[in-house]
Design a binder for this molecule. Structure first.
Ligand code: ATP
Ligand code: MG
Length: 423
């Protein structure tokens, strides 16, 4: 057993000692057998939820309707779910009702893919009624039972299938794939935040391009609910050559930015797209800012090709940092570094580290960083207060960031006086 699973053994033992069956199930068994790092440890049991709550006073009834109790053991939590069957599905997304049952096999039968439908007891013995182990060996994703029925019950499974296939580098079994093609329009029943979270998990895997390609070639993209259009349509891209080949950046948001840059997305349209999939505000701003900044960085580099001096390019870079902020600038440099030649504009490693150095060295990025404030500039002129104060401070910020004047009270005041006189 893996260390994470070993820590959960007392939970299974307590259930066993009380006369119930208890197993590790689902993702943790799969990940253990694949030699992957486990994400969460889930437990299935023949005990009813009330019995589980009685056996484990430290628990939270997280999903009683579905038979799930979250048990706190040591400093970890485990989802303990009663063996269950699912009846009639509503709207291709959730069972109308669940029925608690006594046998493990019935519980494994309701699960989506054979590799997710295995269980393991405390001794490490695997229960595998649907051939999950041989599918692991063949690196193939197959539905449990009849793929048509399983994908119609819950259309999200199609997307989970593509996510698992791309994260694990598996192929999708023939009959499962054909069923996906037959039922792809059912995806429109699925809430966009659930779709977004699957897309995210897919993008975070080992081969995002494989997942994106599967989404294109299966036609699933077209059936997401009312997706706002962005740049060159993501739906139209369906061969591996349509996506960046990698290397991919480590950071998930940088990966999304990379995809959208490669599709020449407009950053405003992109914000709507990301919002549609319920990406949080912070992530939306971060990804869209990167795409926006990249467009402008490409422009400034093109002006270098047109004959500008290297010094002018650095000057333009400082302006970009002032406009987008240090975080976005550092994100962009990181994206550029990790994707190597995958992302225009072409830059040498030395150039990139010089830009990084310059970005880190800027000490004045906003009026709050200046050694003087609005009152100080107001005091050297008779002009009535107005928007000119903010504008003047902005110009002083620029002068400091570009290293033309030091950020000292004297230097700033005399520069302010010169600029006021010129008007
Ligand atoms: P990961 O946690 O790495 O995303 P997982 O396989 O553990 O992958 P979970 O969403 O945590 O996925 O679900 C746990 C288990 O519940 C799955 O392994 C599968 O057996 C079952 N399951 C989850 N979602 C579905 C679904 N939509 N239809 C059928 N079974 C499902
Ligand atoms: Mg899981």
């Amino acid at each position: 057993l893996d260390k994470r699973m070993a820590e959960a053994v007392p939970v299974l033992r307590r259930l066993g000692d009380a006369g119930y069956e208890a197993y590790f199930v689902g993702g943790c068994v799969r990940d253990l057998l694949m030699g992957r790092k486990l994400s969460d440890v889930d437990i299935a049991t023949s005990a009813q939820p009330e019995a589980v709550m009685e056996l484990f006073p430290r628990c939270v009834p997280t999903g009683l309707r579905h038979g799930t109790v979250t048990v706190l053991e040591g400093d970890r939590t485990y989802e303990v779910t009663t063996f269950r069957e699912e009846s009639e599905y509503e709207q291709h997304r959730r069972p109308q009702a669940v029925r608690f049952i006594q046998d493990l096999e019935g519980d494994l039968l309701r699960r989506d893919f054979t590799i997710n439908a295995m269980a393991m007891d405390v001794t490490g013995e695997v229960k595998d009624p649907f051939g999950g182990l041989s599918d692991l060996e063949r690196r193939t994703l197959r539905c449990v039972g009849d793929p048509d029925a399983r994908l119609q019950e819950d259309a999200l499974r199609m997307l989970r299938g593509i996510r698992f296939a791309s994260v694990f580098g598996y192929s999708i079994g023939d009959s499962t794939w054909k069923a996906m093609l037959r039922h792809r329009e059912l995806l429109s029943y699925i809430a966009m935040e659930r779709v977004g979270s699957e897309l995210d998990k897919m993008m975070n895997g080992s081969s995002p391009a494989a997942g994106l390609t599967l989404l294109g070639s299966s036609g699933l993209w077209q059936h997401f609910k009312q997706v706002p259009p962005v740049g060159r349509s993501i739906c139209a891209a369906e061969t591996p050559g349509d996506w960046p080949a990698g290397p991919w950046p480590a950071d998930l948001d940088l990966r999304w930015a990379y995809v959208w840059i490669s599709l020449s997305a407009d950053h405003e349209a992109l914000k709507k797209w990301l919002l549609h999939f319920n990406f949080g505000r912070q992530r939306i701003d971060r990804i869209a800012a990167l795409v926006h900044m990249n467009g402008m960085a490409v422009e400034s580099c093109q002006s270098e090709a047109a004959g500008d001096s290297v010094a002018a390019v650095y000057d333009q870079w400082i302006d970009l940092v002032l406009r987008f902020g240090r975080h976005t600038a550092m994100d962009w440099l990181e994206l550029k570094r990790e994707t190597k030649e995958g992302l225009p504009p072409v830059m040498s490693v030395e150039q990139l580290s010089e830009l990084r150095r310059k970005t880190e060295a800027i000490t004045v990025l906003s009026p709050a960083d200046l050694a003087i404030g609005g009152d100080d500039v107001k005091a050297i002129t008779d002009k009535p207060a107005g928007p000119w104060i903010r504008e003047l401070l902005g110009e002083l910020v620029r002068s400091c960031a570009h290293g033309r004047i030091p950020n000292s009270r004297d230097a700033l005041l005399s520069e302010a006086a010169i600029r006021l006189e010129k008007e």
